[in-house]
Design a protein around this ligand. Sequence first.
Ligand SMILES: NC(=O)c1ccc[n+]([C@@H]2O[C@H](COP(=O)([O-])OP(=O)(O)OC[C@H]3O[C@@H](n4cnc5c(N)ncnc54)[C@H](OP(=O)(O)O)[C@@H]3O)[C@@H](O)[C@H]2O)c1
Length: 261
Amino acid sequence: MSLIGINTEGLKGRKCKDIVKKSLEIGYRYIDVAEVGNNLDEIGSALEKFDRNEIFISYKIWYGSLSYKEVLKSFEKSLNKLKTSYIDLLLIHWPNKSIPLEQTLKAIKKIMDDGKIKFFGVSNFNINHLEKILKIADKIDLNISANQVEMHPFLYQAELLHFCKKNRIRILSYSPFGGGVILNTSVIKAISKRYGKTPAQIILRWLIEKETFIVTRSTSSEHLKENLQVFDFSLSDEEINKIDALGNNMRLINPPFAEFD
Ligand SMILES: NC(=O)c1ccc[n+]([C@@H]2O[C@H](COP(=O)([O-])OP(=O)(O)OC[C@H]3O[C@@H](n4cnc5c(N)ncnc54)[C@H](OP(=O)(O)O)[C@@H]3O)[C@@H](O)[C@H]2O)c1
């Protein structure tokens, strides 16, 4: 799996197809998609000309589709749209306490046993959610490999990161630039000058130093290329500590149904 992937949420129609195709041409090999993205047909078309086995797809199943029946039905529908026979990593998009996790996981285990997913994970799960799901998953021998969460220098979730590392769950960071607002931070700009890198590259490098995988979003070819050029330098401990200290309270993605508490 490549460390840096493309977040396709919000991309629609022809633009979606073009950006996914462009990203694959540039060299991205990790594409993050969502059941609710309303763009699976376009992503499927963009993938057609590439070797499926070289591409890692993470797919998020919507929080309203978590009953046993719905998981199986919506997953099949999405596979058809994406024109693929398997998904590399299936994620539960958001926790939903109104649907028993036992039945969601039973369906996911079936999909895995049928060979249609390689890995399973979650998204937007906090430590409480993880403690609960780990127990249930353990009973049916289902591994939780990843937790995709909003993570950036203004929402450095050190405790969650530590918990995930301890439980061998890989953090996949989304919104690395906080939608763009973090790029103007003076601490990050100062470090970027030192390395001749852009603020975006410094933030991505910081997330790599934290051993997370990342999904970025960009509609610009230049930015897409730039965001992959982060493997030829590393940050010092002092610089990492300075970025760590930027704060921990800017959560951008907090829909009404979210259960962070
Ligand atoms: N699991 C989840 O729940 C999940 C997962 C993934 C995404 N999401 C959703 O995806 C969205 C997150 O996206 P976000 O927009 O916050 O992501 P982001 O990656 O933090 O920010 C994207 C913004 O940064 C700009 N950008 C990208 N690369 C850049 C570069 N090298 N230099 C300068 N600017 C750059 C982009 O502009 P350009 O287009 O001009 O490059 C875009 O405006 C949210 O709406 C969230 O709901 C959710």
